[in-house]
Design a protein around this ligand. Structure first.
Ligand code: G5P
Ligand code: MG
Length: 224
């Protein structure tokens, strides 16, 4: 069996982690593990813990480490015979250290996207609250204006995606992410990508992974 490949993609809210991860997963056959998706799916409705969790996620604030690791690590155990890509995990040094105890990552991708770009993207972001599906009115609009593609239910925009709230979320993200980035830099597995357009960053990531995995992607994506 080929050696398993373990990777993570880090970046601030709106940096394109989800968009790029899905392309990587599809092109290179890695299992896609998104902490945000697991948290949203794991929120038990109508419990106090559930309401609390929803507040963290809706405000874009970090969910407590033990909750996130408690959800993500069992998923990784289920995927022990697969290569995988983590999206949005680890987000804190505590999470990175817990992960480090169990798995040695082969590659970490860090996305550096200018604040102005994040602001524009997130202020153009609409969400289907029940599922967490995210749309962007210019980059990936819903099929019907203002409606979720799957359920047809109305889309909403969060107060937390307004510029003032965004600024404090991004600042908090940066502070928390720095020691995580430093850890992977020290381990020699960090690869940073900067830019304002996912479609321009993607060919570089595509080529890096082709080299690391020693194979050609099965599908070279040009669109989201
Ligand atoms: P998530 O789900 O990890 P965030 O806030 O980190 O959420 P988000 O919003 O999912 O990040 P992203 O995945 O980095 O952003 O980016 P994306 O969705 O691909 O792109 C953002 C938008 O821009 C989309 O609409 C996309 O279509 C558009 N876009 C992409 N590229 C371009 C482009 O080139 N041009 C244009 N115009 N648009 C583009 O986490 C959710 C919450 O869960 C908790 C936190 O509360 C978090 O806020 N959480 C954790 N808490 C603690 N620890 C963890 N490890 C946690 N993980 C999640
Ligand atoms: Mg995401």
């Amino acid at each position: 069996m080929a050696k398993l490949f373990r990777a993570a993609i880090l970046g601030p809210p709106g940096s394109g982690k989800g968009t790029i991860s899905k392309r990587i997963a599809q092109s290179f056959g890695l299992q896609y593990v998104s902490s945000g998706d697991y948290l949203r799916a794991g929120i038990p409705a109508n419990t106090e813990a559930g309401v609390q969790m929803k507040t963290y996620i809706e405000r874009g604030l970090s969910v407590p480490d033990h909750v996130v690791t408690g959800l993500v690590l069992p998923k990784l155990e289920q995927l022990s015979s697969h290569s995988w890509l983590l999206d949005g995990f680890p987000r804190t040094l505590a999470q990175a250290l817990v992960l480090n105890n169990v798995y040695q990552l082969d590659l970490v991708i860090s996305l550096n996207i200018p604040y102005e770009t994040l602001k524009d993207r997130l202020s153009d972001r609409w969400i289907h609250p029940a599922s967490g599906r995210v749309y962007n009115m210019s980059f990936n609009p819903p099929r019907v204006q203002g409606k979720d593609d799957i359920t047809g239910e109305p889309l909403i925009q969060h107060d937390d995606d307004k510029p003032e709230a965004l600024m404090s979320r991004l600042r908090q993200y940066k502070e928390v992410a720095k020691p995580v980035i430093d850890l992977y830099k020290t381990q020699g597995i960090l690869h940073s990508f900067s830019g304002t357009e996912t479609n321009k960053i993607w060919p570089y990531i595509n080529s890096l992974l082709s080299t690391k995995l020693n194979r050609q992607p099965s599908d070279a994506h040009q669109t989201p």
